[in-house]
Each structure stands twice: as structure tokens, then as C-alpha cells.
Design a protein around this ligand. Structure first.
Ligand SMILES: [Zn+2]
Length: 131
């Protein structure tokens, strides 16, 4: 008899990676192991300001009113470097790990390269807010 439970590919994988993988329908086009490898290559930091997921959670609790009614900010999110590619699963190289504050500020207006510059300043300010 087959054991019930989570699929073998999820065993031992951090909840955060699974949550991100399942957050966008198109991501299923990317093999889970490839996504996991991509995630691990991001060093667990926002691509723009360098905020870690743990620091994002701290800010989420410290500034709950800034997080869209508490719906975002608890963990890092997925951003598309080029937002005109609407399907998250179309190109793994188009994905960027982003904190809520950077993702929200970048919108579809700033390019990835432009927002990297803005993110440096946001990162300095976030360090102060974390004190
Ligand atoms: Zn950020």
C-alpha cells in the first residue's frame, strides 16, 4: 500500500521554498529541483536590498500596517526581472527573490538594473529599522 503524505521531492525541503514554488501557477513548468537549486543560489536574500527572510519577518511584525493588511511581508516573494514576461515559469533566469517592500516599490516601472540601485538605499534604511 502506498504511503500517504507529501511527495518525495518535497521531503526535507524548507517550507519557504515549497510555499514560493506553489505561489505561482506557472512555476510548475520549472522542475521543482531546478527551482530549489535556483532558490538556494539566491542566498536567501532580496535581490535588491539584501534583506533576509528572517529580517523580513521581523519587519513584518514591527511594521504591520505597511504590509497590505498583513497579507504580505512575512517572507520573501518572487519578482519578475522583466515584468513583460508574465508567466513566472517561462524563464527561471527572469526570477528574482524580493522582499515585499522592494517588490511593492519596483512595480512594473523600474527595470531590474534600475531597481538594484534603489535597493541599495532601501537596504541601508532597513538595517536601521531592524535595530
Ligand atoms: Zn528588498
Amino acid at each position: 500500500m502506498k504511503k500517504r503524505g507529501r511527495p518525495a521531492k518535497y521531503i526535507g525541503v524548507a517550507k519557504e521554498i515549497r510555499t514560493l514554488y506553489n505561489s505561482k501557477k506557472g512555476l510548475k513548468q520549472i522542475d521543482f529541483d531546478n527551482f530549489k537549486n535556483w532558490y538556494e543560489s539566491q542566498n536567501g536574500c532580496c535581490s535588491y536590498c539584501g534583506l533576509t527572510s528572517a529580517d523580513s519577518a521581523k519587519l513584518f511584525h514591527k511594521y504591520p500596517d505597511t504590509t497590505r493588511g498583513g497579507r504580505r511581508g512575512k517572507r520573501l516573494e518572487l519578482d519578475r526581472k522583466n515584468p513583460s514576461i508574465t508567466n513566472y515559469g517561462e524563464d527561471i533566469n527572469n526570477l528574482a527573490l524580493a522582499c515585499y517592500w522592494c517588490n511593492n516599490a519596483k512595480t512594473n516601472y523600474f527595470s531590474y538594473e534600475e531597481f538594484k540601485q534603489i535597493g541599495e538605499s532601501i537596504g541601508k534604511l532597513q538595517k536601521v529599522r531592524l535595530l
